[in-house]
Design a protein around this ligand. Structure first.
Ligand SMILES: Nc1nc2c(ncn2[C@@H]2O[C@H](COP(=O)(O)OP(=O)(O)OP(=O)(O)O)[C@@H](O)[C@H]2O)c(=O)[nH]1
Ligand SMILES: [Mg+2]
Length: 392
């Protein structure tokens, strides 16, 4: 028995943000319900066998609601892919419910599959995590782990169990764990804090990157008092961008409000994966050192490149990953900043077919494999990776 209800239906795409809306329909009664509401284009009808894909109309009586593709994902499991308009997605779900399906959340549906142990574990974990992906690349990276990626890597090692070399396996596990850290940025996004001395153009750059006039810009030091957040989308990354109050020791001493502003900036710096330090290239730099955490890359933006430049990059008194001349006012250098940020986050050229862990259980197992001394034990643990049940 796959789940207690004979048919469950769940919307598996985020509402209102995608061009495509997908509904997963599972259970013993799923085929019968689909046969009564789906009108295929093919005059020869359809056989709901795993692996088959059909194009046709979702109907409500005589009315055609949406043109959809139905994929038979497995035994008693079907994915309806229609247009992403939330009203259409809602209508289809409502028709399915009227014909006997029980509406559930995507998480509930996947948990039912875990309980029924119907799918390989990596597949179930991947499908759960895929719901949280914030980029298409992240979605693909996770999907690739189901047949290829981590699954294939483990199966190949098990298939060649007599030739397993412990040093080689260790090296591969180290690589998988390192790649998994990068994969997380592609899947869940990253945080970048725009920091720098007062009046260097941080808010102007922030507004340009997020494409909105969200942060106040003024030719007065100390304009931004509290951080402002927005999203900047670049290939393979959804960057949560934070504009912060300018950092300066003398400002902190001015009044309690300024002191609180400085504290808020320090908090954002601690929470960021990467810092974008904006300096005014048209002036000499006056005592500025970004308070970075260990391993936090700093990208320096030499702003106001449309004005004559006086700041000499070689004299910067702190380490940084890269330096970019840019004009937040004209937009010059913004594409370069996007490339540099992707490099700093190591997502540039990241092969989405690489084996990576997309679940803490997988990470735990790869760690265990990397500490293993006995090739036979490696095989046993890798088999667990493919078949163990994750904690619900
Ligand atoms: N010429 C020129 N002026 C710029 C550029 N970027 C910003 N400015 C100007 O610099 C001044 C300060 O800009 P803001 O963006 O408010 O600077 P900020 O770093 O956010 O300042 P605080 O919030 O006070 O720390 C404004 O007058 C901007 O118009 C640029 O690329 N070129
Ligand atoms: Mg500002």
């Amino acid at each position: 028995m796959m789940e207690s209800h004979p048919c469950q239906a769940a919307v598996i795409t985020p509402a209102g943000t995608a061009a495509i809306g997908s509904i997963l329909v599972c259970g013993a009664a799923a085929e019968e319900i689909l046969r009564s509401v789906f009108r295929p284009h093919s005059p020869t009808g359809v056989s709901f066998e795993p692996g088959q894909v059909f194009v046709g109309w979702m109907t409500d009586g005589n009315e055609a609601i949406d043109q959809v593709v139905i994929g038979c994902e497995g035994r008693q499991r079907y994915a309806i892919h229609g247009h992403g308009n939330p009203l259409l997605v809602e209508s289809i779900l409502e028709i399915l419910v009227r014909h006997g399906a029980k509406p559930v959340s995507a998480e509930t549906m996947i948990q039912s599959q875990i309980a029924a142990k119907e799918s390989a574990t990596i597949a179930v974990e991947a499908k759960t995590e895929r719901l949280k992906a914030v980029t298409m690349e992240g979605f693909r990276l996770i999907s690739n782990q189901i047949e290829g990626g981590l699954s294939r890597w483990a199966k190949e090692r098990i298939g060649r169990k007599d030739t397993i070399s412990i040093p080689e396996i260790r090296e591969q596990c180290k690589r998988i764990l390192a790649d998994s850290r990068i994969a997380k940025r592609i899947i869940y996004g990253c945080r970048a804090a725009i920091i720098g001395p007062p009046n260097s153009g941080k808010s102007t750059l922030f507004n340009r990157l997020c494409g909105m006039d969200k942060s106040i810009v003024a030719d007065t030091a100390g304009t931004t008092r509290d951080w402002v957040g927005a999203v900047w989308r670049i290939p393979s990354l959804r960057v949560e961008l934070f504009d912060t109050a300018g950092l300066a020791d003398d400002l902190a001493a001015v009044d309690p409000l300024q002191s609180a502003s400085q504290q808020r900036t320090l908090e954002m710096i601690r929470a960021a994966d990467v810092l974008i330090a904006v300096l005014d290239g048209s002036r000499p730099l006056n005592h500025f050192t970004p308070p970075t955490a260990e391993g936090q890359p700093v990208i320096v933006v030499l702003n106001k490149s449309d004005l004559p430049q006086t700041l000499i990059p070689d004299t910067l008194p702190f380490p940084f990953a890269e330096i970019i001349p840019l004009s937040a006012r004209t937009g010059f250098g913004v594409d370069e900043l996007s490339s540099v940020l992707r490099r700093a986050m190591e997502v540039d050229d990241f092969d989405l077919n690489r084996p990576v862990c997309v679940h803490p259980r997988q990470e735990g197992i790869i760690r265990k494999v990397s500490e293993c001394e006995d090739p036979r034990q490696v095989v046993v643990i890798l088999e667990q990776l493919l078949t163990d049940s994750p904690p619900l």
